[in-house]
Design a protein around this ligand. Structure first.
Ligand code: ZN
Length: 406
């Protein structure tokens, strides 16, 4: 029994007056055929009314406890970045190149939208630094973005961001968030790092050249989402099934790597609106040959939601319907389509509205629903579930769950 879990990031929405949601407005005959043959419901990923982050929502859906098994955003980004191999105890941050003036005020949060190739050349000034016997690992990922890892003894993820999250603000000093010696040491290292990195980047020939050309120098890195990496029980040990991940974005690959899923590399899966869905579908089918479950992530709907772009969100759904569904519906016995959270165009951000869920397969009851959208899903026979119910339901639809008692 091969099963597919497709998560359409942020796809849930709400009607804006009389305007239907993107799921209601989209022409999606293939998805709706699955809806007709299967059943629908609503999922409150982290609980009723709770506004989820993408990282915690995915963890909950995969059956992990977000209070004791969530390492923070930084470790996920690092785990999803090629060439970085985390060790337990490492502290990882998301980082981006930025421009600061002489008073350390941020004048551009993305260093003049520095392109990937130029940003890559600055990696060497940071990667390999050593502060208080702690090794600094830094990798540029895309454009101004990167990942920073601290590796050493007695460190803690309980430190605040150096990123003030707004242009025109001063860079922040990292503060310890508890009174442990580890947190104090880590905050101290981060503050030394901020100063050292600024010095090195300010003098880097690449940046002097940028100034000459009238470009913003990438003379600082802003760090956020710090957390300590630790190991958790593998997905296969927890649920008794082997899983693979097909995703473009590093966060999603990182969550999958964290729980021990096999992460499939797909060229063309970029994690943005230009992602090649056809290749992703093909990779999912390929991965199903030696895995019981394939997690397929589609990011674009969420990005369009953040932009308030209703048409963009609608076209993402239509593209999924055309490029992904025909191929997967011929090759999987169980298909579940849902989202990690809603990103309503009206809100331009995540919200606590439950997401629709569709299940299609031989062991799924047909419930008479015909259209996969938020409003029809409220009438479906799956009812209203929370994120942590999903794996149990899927195991049942796969007939892979254990009997309780005799
Ligand atoms: Zn998300």
């Amino acid at each position: 029994m091969k099963s597919l879990l497709m998560i359409m990031d942020g796809i849930g929405d709400i009607r804006d007056g009389n305007r239907p949601t993107p799921l209601e407005a989209a022409r999606k005959p293939n998805i709706d055929r699955l809806a007709k043959e299967g059943s629908l419901g609503l999922m409150h990923t982290l609980g009723r009314g709770v506004k989820p982050g993408s990282d915690t929502a995915h963890l909950a859906i995969f059956g992990y406890d977000i209070f004791s098994e969530y390492p923070g955003r930084g470790p996920f980004e690092a785990l999803g970045t090629e060439g970085i191999h985390l060790m337990p105890g490492d502290i990882a941050f998301r980082a981006n190149f930025a421009t600061v003036d002489k008073k350390m005020k941020i004048t551009d949060r993305r260093a003049g939208r520095i392109e990937s190739a130029s940003a890559k050349k600055l990696e060497k000034y940071i990667n390999g630094m050593e502060i208080e016997k702690t090794k600094v690992i830094f990798k540029q990922t895309t454009e101004h973005r990167g990942v920073l890892v601290l590796r050493g003894d007695r460190l803690s993820g309980r430190v605040s961001d150096t990123d003030p999250h707004e242009t025109g603000a001063m860079i922040k000093s990292s503060e310890h968030l508890d009174t442990s010696a580890e947190a104090k040491k880590t905050a101290r290292i981060m503050n030394i790092l901020t100063n050292e990195v600024h010095k090195k980047l300010s003098n880097a020939p690449e940046n002097l050249e940028r100034i000459k050309k009238g470009l913003h120098p990438a003379n600082m890195i802003l760090c956020r989402g710090g957390g300590e990496y630790f190991k958790v029980e593998k997905f296969e040990d927890r649920h008794g099934i082997k899983a693979a991940c097909v995703a473009g974005g590093s966060l999603y690959k990182g969550v999958a790597a964290f729980i021990g899923m096999d992460v499939v590399h797909v060229s063309g899966a970029t994690g943005d609106r230009y992602s090649d869905y056809f290749s992703k579908a093909r990779a999912a089918v390929q991965a199903s040959k030696d895995h019981d479950l394939v997690f397929l992530h589609v990011k674009a709907g969420d990005s369009f939601g953040h932009d308030g772009d209703h048409d963009g969100k609608k076209s993402t759904i239509e593209k999924v319907d055309k490029d992904i569904i025909p191929m997967v519906s011929d090759n999987f016995d169980l298909i579940v389509i849902t989202a990690d959270h809603s990103t309503p165009c009206m809100i331009k951000g995540h919200s606590g509205h439950p997401v629709p869920i569709l299940a299609y397969g031989k062991l799924v009851r047909k419930d008479g629903c015909v259209n996969f959208n938020e409003y029809e899903a409220a009438k479906g026979s799956i009812g209203q579930i929370v994120g942590e119910d999903l794996m149990q339901l899927m195991l049942n639809w796969m007939d892979k769950n254990n009997k309780i008692g005799e």
